[in-house]
Design a protein around this ligand. Structure first.
Ligand code: TXD
Length: 314
């Protein structure tokens, strides 16, 4: 079988850590691309040096040259800026739009058959940027957020109940922000919904901690945001696609009427396989859950409208 290739755009905290996690799975050759070329080269070499100790034997190459994404099966976009003092949300949106658009154009040119996983924030809006700039099929441009948010919820549930992490599954819908929609009825321990195992007050606490999971870490770090779990989530998506695992997990996918939402990227359960998003699952939602999802979608829509204004101005 020909070897698979994965490129990671942006070798910062999330990008480099994702590269490392994917290397340990020994499923693909790896390329990291970053404007900070020396740093990328250094990290690439450092990962290679760790190979004999960590038991992976795959080529890993750090570079500043976008042409090196050539023929990638999957490309993960983590490049972006964090908000700096004096920058408002719109400034960040513009800066990251430029970065993601540039990356996406290079991907379309050099790796026209790749599946793209977007990580850069604001996540759901950046998925729209990558989709437009690549011109790829909807199924091949996917956002990473729900797997991360669900992993956090899984951990909080296991911790609260004192049970094995591996027994816990969770579902989180919506945009990647404070208005995400964790679903207790679809969060289970060995198939038993947590609504059968915990009282409402305990559940509410876990849901709120999930919504604020990223902010809790930013609060401690002060500069920068979480990256080990985000990188692990991206690596899981890469593995599901490369190995055609038909993995059911929440990801940002482009909706065309599902959940009553049209022409918008938002987190929903999908089947991930070698064709990217192979299916979008429509869960039965209560009226309250549906209303929460609509609120979350409205927040994402606002970001997309800002993006459209910016595109018209530019
Ligand atoms: O759930 C999620 N989707 C997220 C999203 C979880 C965690 C982080 N999330 C977002 O990912 C975060 O808000 C950022 O927008 C990205 C990357 O976060 P990270 O923590 O990795 O940021 P870093 O460490 O600052 O890394 C960004 C890298 C850095 O090395 C820059 O030099 C590089 O991006 N960069 C570029 N690379 C290539 N090309 C261009 N144009 C470029 N510009 C910056």
């Amino acid at each position: 079988m020909p070897r698979k290739k994965v490129s990671i755009i942006g070798a910062g905290n999330v990008g480099a850590t994702a590269t490392y996690y994917i290397a340990e799975k020994v499923i693909a050759d790896l390329v990291m691309i970053d404007v900070a070329e020396g740093m990328t080269r250094a990290k690439g070499l450092d990962f290679l040096h760790a190979g004999p100790l960590r038991g992976y034997d795959v080529p890993i190459f750090g570079t500043g040259d976008y042409a090196q994404v050539a023929d990638s099966d999957v490309v993960v976009i983590t490049a972006g800026l964090a908000r700096k003092p004096g920058m408002d949300r719109m400034d960040l949106l513009k800066a990251n739009t430029e970065i993601v658009r540039t990356a996406a154009r290079h991907i379309a040119r050099h790796a026209p058959n790749a599946t793209v996983i977007v990580v850069t924030n604001p996540l759901d809006v950046m998925c729209h940027v990558a989709l437009r700039a690549t011109g790829f099929a909807l199924s091949r441009v996917i956002g990473m957020a729900g797997i991360l948010d669900a992993a956090r919820l899984r951990f909080f549930v296991a911790e609260a109940l004192g049970c094995a992490l591996s027994s816990v599954h969770a579902m989180v819908l919506g945009g990647h922000g404070d208005q995400m929609v964790p679903l207790p009825r679809y969060t289970t321990v060995a198939g038993v919904p947590i609504t059968e195992l915990m009282d409402q007050a305990a559940i509410d606490k876990l849901m709120e901690r999930t919504r604020k999971g990223g902010a809790e870490i930013v609060g401690y770090l002060k500069t920068g945001s979480a990256y080990y779990a985000p990188a692990a989530a991206a690596a899981e998506m890469v593995e599901a696609i490369l190995t055609d695992r038909k993995h059911l997990a929440p990801c940002a996918a482009y909706l065309r009427g599902e959940y009553g939402i049209d022409d918008l990227y938002i987190g929903v359960p999908v089947i991930l396989g070698r064709h990217g998003v192979e299916q979008i699952l429509e869960l039965e939602l209560s009226d309250a859950e549906r209303a929460e999802l609509a609120t979350s979608a409205a927040a994402v829509r606002k970001g997309v409208d800002e993006l459209n204004t910016f595109f018209k101005v530019a």
